[in-house]
Design a protein around this ligand. Structure first.
Ligand code: SAM
Length: 113
């Protein structure tokens, strides 16, 4: 989550907050990304203890979800960011608002992959 996204929610971090379920996590690690129109929206919840802040991400949906329907969430990846040390996956979300597809069109125009 970018600092600007967090700042507009009144949370001040100097570095982006990254969720990485490589070693620890729960069933949420199976949620795939979908640009813009994913089913789930997230709310960042701050839990304070005397010595630390913990961030929890709570997921909500604004409509009924059918049994076996895929849950998707917008990871907010900037597919145009060539400066990031880790290359983002090639998005296959199929959304009409797919940022990777839009980014690919721009890249082709600029003569890049
Ligand atoms: C948190 S995991 C999601 C669960 C994963 N698909 C699985 O089966 O374990 C995130 C990874 O899933 C893949 N992924 C998720 N959404 C994707 C999408 N829209 N297009 C392509 N790959 C996606 C990418 O490899 C990404 O690094």
């Amino acid at each position: 989550m970018s600092p600007s996204y967090l700042a507009c929610r009144g949370i001040c971090l100097r570095i982006p907050l990254c969720l990485d379920a490589t070693f620890f996590g729960n069933a949420a690690r199976f949620i795939n990304h979908r640009c813009c129109d994913g089913i789930l929206v997230d709310v960042l919840v701050t839990i304070e203890s005397p010595d630390r802040h913990y961030y929890h991400v709570a997921f909500f949906t604004s409509r009924a979800v059918k049994p076996m329907e895929e849950l998707t969430w917008d990871y907010r990846i900037d597919f145009d960011d060539d400066t990031h040390p880790i290359e983002a996956f090639k998005c296959l979300c199929g959304s009409p608002f797919c940022r990777r597809a839009a980014s690919s069109k721009k890249r082709k125009k600029r003569g890049r992959k």
